[in-house]
Design a protein around this ligand. Structure first.
Ligand code: ADP
Length: 294
């Protein structure tokens, strides 16, 4: 199984002519409420890919419908706890040109405790993976506890913050980063230098760097595997990384064929960028199979 300690957010998406200015009251022409959060997106992608995924997270007791949405996608929600803090949410303004401005409130995502971590890992098995991002509390505990139990640990430091640099990197077996996160972690702006830095300092781990429409690079012991992105007409790249991670990790956890898993991740994320939205842009396994058969 893959045990994902991750955020669950409610995305409140407002269409606006322009971003609201200081002191201005702006009417929105369209409003949508969507399930989001990197954690939830990755759990949905893992489940859609056929993975056995347990989501560990926290939402407000009044937002049970979001738990139902996760369960409907195939995510095991037995470790989801109820909080009296509001569910994490994002207030998202979107302009006609597709630009966005976001206010994020961590809410219940920040109430995950050591107890939750302990409870979720209690009956874990040696073959399990633990996955986490940078949108919940107790990340250090997750990394340390999972490592102490000899589970395989995947970490996606998104969204990137300074606090990531204080984490126990030695507990990580698989680091998945986009170019921005890779640059922040290594302190190197250029891709060649980023790769050299990881090769020199991250020998204990495998590292995947996603490169948007350039595809992906995986540094795996002595091996460097490059996989190109699929050429598609992108309309919205929200959750491309989350879709990639879910599809890659589900395949990798199952058969450990890195190249095959990378190709699956790239195919699924290529489909997701041709669609609007986050969770709802994640394709089904059938769609990915059909896309790869073309
Ligand atoms: P993030 O969304 O985390 O910033 P990336 O932008 O690197 O991550 O995208 C993750 C993966 O999604 C890429 O490795 C690639 O396979 C796929 N992808 C992203 N943008 C495109 C695109 N325009 N066309 C095709 N595939 C894409």
């Amino acid at each position: 199984a893959i045990i994902n300690f991750g955020s669950i957010n409610i995305d409140h998406v407002y269409q606006v002519d322009h971003f609201v200015q200081p002191g201005e009251t702006l009417a929105s022409s369209h409003y949508q409420q969507l399930l989001g959060g990197k954690g939830a997106n990755q759990s949905i992608a893992l489940a859609q890919a056929g993975g056995n995924v347990k989501h560990v997270g926290s939402i407000n007791e009044h937002d049970a419908s979001f738990k139902q949405a996760l369960i409907k996608s195939g995510v095991d929600c037995r470790f989801l706890s109820c909080s009296d803090v509001p569910t994490g949410h994002a207030i998202i303004q979107v302009t006609p040109s597709g630009e966005n401005a976001i206010v994020l409130f961590g809410g219940a995502n920040q109430t995950i405790s050591s107890k939750d971590v302990e409870r979720a890992l209690l009956d874990s098995r040696a073959s399990d993976w633990v996955l986490t991002q940078n949108e919940t509390s107790c990340i250090e505990e997750v990394l340390r506890s999972a490592k102490a139990k000899h589970l395989k640990v995947a970490f996606n430091p998104a969204p990137m913050s300074e606090s990531v640099k204080q984490l126990p990197y030695e507990c990580i077996d698989l680091l998945i980063v986009n170019e921005t996160e890779a640059a922040a972690i290594t302190g190197e702006p250029e891709l060649d230098d980023i790769i050299a830095h990881f090769k020199a300092n991250w020998q204990h781990a495998e590292v995947i760097i996603t490169l948007g429409k350039q595809g992906v690079i995986m540094l795996r012991r002595e091996q460097t595997i490059e996989v190109s992105a699929f050429s598609v007409d992108a309309v919205d790249t929200t959750a491309a990384g989350d879709t990639f991670i879910g599809y890659f990790l589900s395949a990798y956890a199952e058969h450990a064929d890195a190249r095959k898993a990378l190709v699956r991740g790239c195919a699924a994320s290529a489909i997701s960028v041709t669609r609007e939205g986050a969770a709802q842009s994640i394709p089904s396994q059938k769609e990915v199979d059909r896309f790869l058969a073309k």
